[in-house]
Write a protein that binds this ligand. Structure first.
Ligand code: 2AM
Length: 177
């Protein structure tokens, strides 16, 4: 089985406007706009039986509206920046959806997610970029703020890449309501 994760697709018009942020940062490997997404639950390299179980359980989730509000730009990695991302504003609906998916993953026998849920859209992976350079880039793009969108479904994605960045393939899509 390839590496799997559950996430939200980003509508084309939003992806397009985010893609204009690219550039001006040596050491950044920019993600293709068609691969932008919000990860809700990373599953990893799971066996076929577990993947089938996850697919079955995903079909049973009905959640309701989730509004995704983009909240600005940020960097993961502190003094050793490793990726550049758009923050997604946490909301009760998004937290509940993530919690539903966490319960689902546990029911399918997967280990608990130990990392704090920080919803985001990765724009670039960074290599040998100093925190100062990253901070300068962020302040240059400082005017970026909140578009929003309402996804109609969430998606089981697969990725065959060993290094993050895609391509990501939508294996199945599930309505949110
Ligand atoms: P990232 O974009 O912040 O790196 C596919 O790799 C997706 O799953 C990416 O959105 C990636 O987040 C996320 N991801 C990769 N490895 C992960 C892990 N060990 N835990 C949680 N999310 C992970």
């Amino acid at each position: 089985m390839p590496r799997l994760f559950i996430g939200l697709e980003v509508p084309d018009h939003v992806s397009q406007s985010l893609s204009f942020l690219r550039g001006g940062l040596p050491g950044a490997r920019w993600i293709d706009a068609e691969n932008y997404h919000v990860t809700l639950r990373f599953l990893g390299d799971i066996d076929d039986r577990t993947a089938n179980e996850v697919e079955l359980l995903l079909g049973g989730i009905r959640h309701g509206d989730v509004e995704i509000v983009l909240d600005g730009l940020d960097v993961f990695g502190g003094t050793r920046p490793r990726s550049l991302f758009v923050r997604v504003r946490p909301s009760p609906q998004l937290t509940e959806l993530q919690a539903d998916l966490e319960r689902l993953a546990r029911r399918a026998g997967l280990p608990a997610e130990t990392r704090k849920f920080t919803p985001h859209i990765t724009l670039a992976r960074l290599r040998d970029v100093s925190s100062r350079t990253a901070a300068d880039w962020l302040s240059m793009k400082g005017g970026f703020f909140g578009q929003s969108f309402k996804p109609e479904s969430f998606v089981l994605f697969s990725s065959r890449a060993s290094i993050g960045g895609g391509p990501y393939i939508a294996e199945a899509s599930y309505p949110l309501w």
